[in-house]
Design a protein around this ligand. Structure first.
Ligand code: HEM
Length: 146
């Protein structure tokens, strides 16, 4: 029995699944009117951010902990504090990730676990506008969030 029940995701989709998912997601971020302005200009900045998300997800869902080795503990709320994550930003992030999930066509079990994680974590990261954020109770999943 693995310590992290979500580790099944890495077993199902491997490096390739996370590579394709983050590529499909950031392809959309590149032209998004809410999200794109939060990142520095230039394709390199977006690609570097994509790789950080990919490495985080690989680690979080049972793959090699390269993210931890290079970035340390995720501290996702602290790392998002400089960016205005309000309800609209959260909803757009989730919408683009939903579209990326469709594009990527992962096995249903992996998709379900990822979807649950994305929805709850994105809500947890809201840091402007009053709702959600630190008060969010979330689901009692294996938590590497902050
Ligand atoms: C499930 C939800 C989310 C996850 C798992 C996630 C994950 C991450 C990770 C792992 C990083 C890199 C942290 C680092 O190592 O420095 C990051 C950065 C960032 N995130 Fe998120 N994030 C989520 C939601 C959001 C939302 C809702 C927004 C905005 C509305 C957002 C905007 C950003 C921005 C602008 C960065 C900086 C880009 C970079 O240089 O890495 N994120 N996110």
């Amino acid at each position: 029995m693995p310590e992290n029940p979500d580790a099944i995701v890495y077993q199902l989709i491997g490096e390739d699944g996370f590579e394709r998912l983050t590529t499909a997601f950031y392809r959309r971020v590149a032209t998004d009117d809410i999200l794109r302005p939060m990142y520095p200009e230039g394709d390199e900045a977006l690609e570097a951010a994509r790789l950080r998300l990919r490495e985080f997800l690989v680690f979080r869902f049972g793959g090699p902990p390269r993210y931890i080795e290079t970035r340390g503990h995720p501290r996702l709320r602290a790392r998002h504090a400089p960016f205005p994550v309000d309800q609209a930003g959260r909803d757009r992030w989730v919408q683009l990730m939903e579209e990326a999930l469709v594009d990527t066509a992962l096995p249903a079990e992996a998709e379900k676990i990822l979807r649950t994680f994305f929805h709850s974590t994105a809500t947890f990261l809201i840091n402007r506008g009053g709702e959600g954020g630190a008060g969010f109770a979330g689901s009692p999943q294996f938590p590497v969030r902050e």
